[in-house]
Write a protein that binds this ligand. Structure first.
Ligand code: SAM
Ligand code: SF4
Length: 321
């Protein structure tokens, strides 16, 4: 079992399989990065899988594939199948923008993928274009329908922003509710790569909007999920991710692996250790030691909401969110 210095059990690994993306979301990657990680520095799926085995053997129970946009990476279904065949009980999920999901959902499901989280910030095509930098909404919504049709469980992530999609908070929730998909509103997290001047929406403002239409009760946190949950009178549950709140990190159970093999203990900070060299030379013992060290050094808290005004210099497209 992996336990950090604050007695938190770490059993959730998020794996970014590429930092590249077909979208240019304002809050994540508004511009093409100055340089991409050279292709030869990316770990192959076989190399990533060697590390997945180590992580599973050490106590990881949930693996989420993310990016960048994970569906840009060829043969993703084969990677999923490798993990599934090694340990079918692993909770295997993926976070995607869904643009390429239409032709791939069935293969991913057959390979062993159980759930997906899809980013839907708007239901208005022109707003989707404004947020993602291209005309994406039709493909995204078709991808979601396809995923549901093949039996993947779908959750939706929405990042509300003032003057961009603030007016659509209820519409997006209704879209999800009508399809029995849960929604998590993610507070915009400042970072050095986002477009300047984004005004995020904090949970109190969100709740004020939602309370104009719904009655709901505060359920608090549920296990190690980062969402603060609320349940409506009819039983529909929605979540809010509030990284600026003091107790946000208390139940954090996750670490992150980038596509080039950097193991990251916290989304906010620059700290990381590489497993690339050890995995490439088949030195599984060292990879396991690095994993334990990264868990040991996991910080108690992120610094979003800190008083020093510092902004995270971690790119979401690199860490996978
Ligand atoms: N491309 C996939 C997608 O968009 O779902 C997966 C990677 S993306 C980095 C993972 C999640 O991070 C998405 O739900 C996205 O909304 C969220 N995200 C990215 N930048 C963010 C920011 N600055 N604040 C809050 N959430 C952010
Ligand atoms: Fe791409 Fe996801 Fe970042 Fe948008 S949030 S730019 S879809 S990685």
């Amino acid at each position: 079992m992996l336990i950090d210095s604050y007695d938190r059990v770490v059993d959730y690994l998020r794996v970014s399989v590429t930092e590249r993306c077909n979208f240019r979301c304002q809050y994540c990657m508004p511009e093409k990065p100055f340089s991409w990680v050279p292709k030869e520095n990316l770990l192959s799926f076989e190399e990533l899988f060697e590390f997945m085995k180590v992580a599973i053997d050490e106590g990881i129970k949930k693996i989420r594939i993310t990016g960048g946009e994970p569906l840009l990476r060829e043969d993703l279904d084969k990677f999923i199948k490798m993990i599934y065949d090694y340990e079918p009980s692993i909770d295997l999920a993926m976070t995607t923008n869904a643009f390429l999901l239409k032709g791939t959902a069935q293969r991913l499901k057959d390979a062993g993928l159980k759930r997906i989280n899809v980013s839907i910030d708007t239901l208005i095509p022109s707003v989707a274009k404004e947020i993602a930098g291209k005309d994406v909404l039709k493909n995204v919504l078709e991808g979601v329908e396809e995923a549901r049709r093949v039996g993947l469980k779908v959750k939706v992530n929405m990042v509300p922003m003032k003057t961009v999609n603030f007016d659509e908070i209820i519409e997006v929730l209704e879209y999800c509710k009508a399809r029995d998909m849960s929604i998590r509103f993610i507070e915009y997290m400042e970072n050095k790569f986002a477009k300047e001047g984004i005004a995020g929406v904090k949970s109190q403002e969100l709740l004020a909007v939602l309370s104009q239409k719904y009655n709901f009760t505060d359920e608090g946190f549920d296990g190690s999920s980062p969402s603060h949950y609320y349940v409506m009178d009819d039983g529909y549950r929605f979540g809010i991710i509030e990284p600026y709140e003091d107790d946000f990190c208390k139940q954090c159970n996750r670490i992150r692996l980038t596509a080039e093999g950097h193991l990251i203990p916290c989304l906010y900070f620059d700290e990381a250790m590489s497993i690339a060299e050890s995995v490439k030379r088949g030195d599984i013992k060292t990879a396991a030691l690095v994993l334990k060290e990264v868990v040991r050094t996991k910080p108690e808290k992120n610094r979003w909401g800190g008083e020093d005004g510092e902004i995270s210099s971690r790119a979401f497209y690199e860490t996978g969110g």
